[in-house]
Ligand binder design. Structure first.
Ligand code: SAM
Ligand code: DTB
Ligand code: SF4
Length: 345
């Protein structure tokens, strides 16, 4: 496997569209070939999500069941107590997750919120899992507080192209998002950023979204590609489903533009067939949300996911702790935790 990350950035929109336009099997072959140069084939990362603060969000993101602007029947909940988070993380670990991601329905957290979330991050880290949080817009000091607590990743999606963005959200700008990603990077955190497919955007928008992500310097380490979960009560409840092959193409283009990133097949999996999952893995997806629930909507049952991955000969990617345990066993002594590239080797 190749460990060095070579990029042909900056990507132009024409170059990205040319990749999208490849014949389907050529595109998949190219994506899969590149995937194998950077990652162990037939391994998928398991992340589990937990909503630590649910609903009543002041933002107006048209896709989101948690926005206070829409009536989705969701019950709002205050910030979850630390003990409950600890229990959920331990449960996720017991189920095989190696990354635990906590999401909050905030426009931007207050400093006191960040201090509470930092305590949650410490608990997740104490379990030997990778930690990720998604709390909305973050300033530089808040990003530093989370980094000091040992946070690994911050998730903040660009969601779509800068051109289509205004059709979806009016309460914060594309530039606000980039500023948050800049603060996250400055604090030394790893970036998890992706978007949503199926909101009525064009292929050009999808290409531009991926181009924006790939041209970040450095690009995100983790790229969630969500298919819209069309929730009744949101303005996008009746959005037309995107052609499944176009979704697979988006995964493949993400893999080609960001070869060293974990590309996560994120929301929308309950609407996808087993065959569609297999195509997404072939296109270079190597991470999923695992567990019966995303933040507020359903995810496939773990038993179904386990069976599907077994049928496909795909194993769970070892997490940081598994690798340490194996090294200790091999050497009969305690060793330092491996770096991420060692863990992936
Ligand atoms: N409030 C924070 C924020 O927006 O940055 C964090 C939580 S928010 C729910 C995280 C991401 O979930 C959004 O940026 C969006 O990409 C994704 N998301 C939310 N609702 C979705 C839906 N109905 N379908 C697909 N993805 C969705
Ligand atoms: C991401 O890109 N997708 C996740 C995670 N990051 C936080 C969230 C998906 C949410 C789907 C709708 C819901 O369950 O509320
Ligand atoms: Fe709020 Fe995040 Fe939902 Fe937008 S996506 S409404 S910011 S929870």
């Amino acid at each position: 496997m190749q460990s060095e990350y070579k990029v042909s950035t900056p990507w132009t929109l024409d170059a990205v569209l040319a990749v999208y336009d490849l014949p389907f099997t050529d595109l998949l072959l190219r994506a899969q070939t590149l995937h194998r140069q950077y990652f162990e084939p037939n391994q998928v990362q398991f992340s589990t999500l937990l909503s630590i603060k649910t609903g009543a969000c002041p933002e107006d993101c048209k896709y989101c069941p948690q926005s206070a602007h829409y009536h989705t029947g969701l019950k709002a909940e205050k910030l979850m107590p630390l003990e409950q988070v600890k229990t959920a993380a331990a449960q996720a670990k017991a189920n095989g997750a190696t990354r635990f991601c906590m999401g909050a329905a905030w426009r931007a957290p207050k400093d006191a919120d960040v201090a509470h979330v930092a305590a949650m991050v410490r608990e997740v880290k104490a379990l030997g899992m990778e930690s990720c949080v998604t709390l909305g817009l973050l300033n530089a000091e808040q990003a530093q507080t989370l980094a000091d607590a040992g946070l690994d990743y911050y998730n903040h999606n660009v969601d779509t192209s800068p051109e289509f963005y205004g059709e979806i959200i009016s309460t914060r700008t594309f530039q606000d998002r980039l500023d948050t990603l800049g603060n996250v990077r400055e604090a030394g955190l790893k970036v998890c950023s992706g978007g949503i497919v199926g909101m009525g955007e064009t292929r050009r928008d999808r290409a531009e979204m991926l181009r924006q992500l790939a041209n970040l310097d450095p690009p995100p380490e983790s790229v969630p590609i969500n298919e819209l979960v069309a929730v009744p009560g949101t303005p996008l409840a009746k959005a037309h489903k995107v052609d499944p092959f176009e979704f697979v193409r988006t995964i493949a283009v993400a893999r080609i533009l960001m070869p060293a990133a974990h590309v996560r097949l994120s929301a929308g999996r309950t609407q996808m067939s087993d065959e569609m999952h297999a195509l997404c893995f072939m296109a270079g997806a190597n991470s999923i949300f695992f567990g019966d629930k995303l933040l507020t909507t359903a995810n496939p049952r773990d038993a179904h996911d386990r069976e599907l991955l077994a049928r496909l000969g795909i194993a769970a990617e070892p997490g940081p702790q598994t690798v340490v345990a194996e090294m200790c066993h091999d050497h009969g002594e305690m060793m330092e935790a491996p770096t991420e590239s060692q863990a992936q080797a």
